[in-house]
Design a protein around this ligand. Structure first.
Ligand code: SF4
Length: 344
């Protein structure tokens, strides 16, 4: 397994193609059938009220703000129905950290969704939200996750990880969960039999060592629990965010591809690595399939958080299938747990 120092050295190498080929070789070993997957699902942002004021976020509104909202259940149902009608299999539901919504509100929402849509996979509530629900409700983390699971939560997204290094977190999202709190949510969920994803938002002013530390934390959790389905790196989008005033330059395509490839090599114990078109655009995403990526993520019927920060890429299912085919792979729709067998 690659050591931390080897990863740091690789970041300073100019041999982009060599790094990509190594990542591609590992991808081929893990996915010898040459399939690249995508999912049809929808992001639902149930509230934009938030108390955390993260400097990279253009989505949240403070409590009492005229543009703040909590989506009514009926609106959420309509969005899920549209997703199902478009061939979607799941919902990624996330929101701001609301200081008044207790666990009963989330349980009720999940139960009523599952009653109407028993087959839709609910991939919801990133670590900061889960921690917030536990705190607001005065319930332990384990009980919070178990209760949400019993109400219909199927898996937990990796959002809120940004860079798992408290010095970076202090600078960009001072109030949001600590590294340890993010780790605890994922480990506890894995212990309770739930799968989760691991993410990384890089290019927000962190050092390469801090970036590699993040990869190491993820690798260690996976060694202990095996609960991550995928690793999903993307780069910070600066437009419309207050952090964008300090981080003047977004990661380039070369930096993205290098980070993707090194992540693929560093995390051989995570089967799926995603190449992102939402933040990088279709062309870089397509190249990412030869830099270790074996999945292009979601068709994204709706996404408010990243688009609020300035990412404006759009793709239809046919476009995604075309870029996958053109890169030499077989496109296949998957579900949230990366299963393809019941679909096309
Ligand atoms: S990133 Fe999430 S926690 Fe931070 S301000 Fe935005 S909505 Fe709130």
């Amino acid at each position: 397994m690659m050591t931390k120092q080897e990863a740091i050295d690789l970041f300073s190498s100019d041999d982009l193609i060599g790094i990509g080929m190594e990542a591609d070789a590992l991808r081929r070993k893990l996915h010898p059938e040459g399939v690249v997957t995508y999912i049809i699902d929808r992001n639902i942002n149930y509230t934009n009220f938030c108390t955390e004021y993260c400097s990279f976020c253009a989505f949240y509104r403070p409590m009492g703000h005229a543009e703040g909202y909590i989506l009514p259940k009926e609106t959420i149902f309509e969005k899920i129905q549209e997703t199902v009608d478009l061939g979607g299999t799941g919902v990624l539901m996330q929101g701001g950290l609301h200081p008044e919504l207790k666990i009963e509100w989330y349980e009720d929402l999940l139960r009523s969704i599952k009653q109407k849509f028993p087959k839709v996979h609910m991939h919801c509530f990133s670590s900061p939200e889960v921690n917030n629900i536990a705190q607001v409700s005065g319930v332990s983390l384990r009980d919070t996750i178990a209760r949400l699971r019993d109400a219909g939560l199927d898996s937990i997204p990796g959002g809120g990880a940004e860079i798992l290094d408290d010095a970076v977190r202090h600078r960009i999202s001072r109030l949001k969960c600590t590294t340890q709190e993010w780790v605890d949510v994922h480990k506890t969920a894995h212990e309770l039999g739930m799968r989760t994803t691991a993410t990384m938002m890089f290019g927000c002013g962190e050092t390469i060592e801090q970036r590699v530390n993040h990869l190491e934390i993820v690798r260690r959790i996976q060694e202990e629990t095996g609960g991550f389905t995928a690793f999903i790196p993307w780069s910070f989008q600066r437009e419309n965010t207050s952090l964008g005033r300090f981080v003047k330059q977004e990661a380039t395509a070369v930096e993205y591809l290098k980070t993707l490839a090194i992540a693929r090599i560093f995390l051989p114990n995570i089967v799926n690595v995603q190449s992102s078109w939402v933040t990088q655009g279709l062309k870089t995403c397509q190249l990412g399939l030869r830099f270790g990526g074996n999945d292009v993520g979601s068709i994204m019927i709706e996404e408010n958080v990243v688009s609020a920060a300035g990412a404006r890429h759009r793709a239809s299912e046919e476009e995604l299938r075309r870029i996958i085919r053109d890169a030499g792979f077989l496109p296949k729709q998957r579900d949230t747990l990366y299963r393809t067998y019941f679909l096309n």
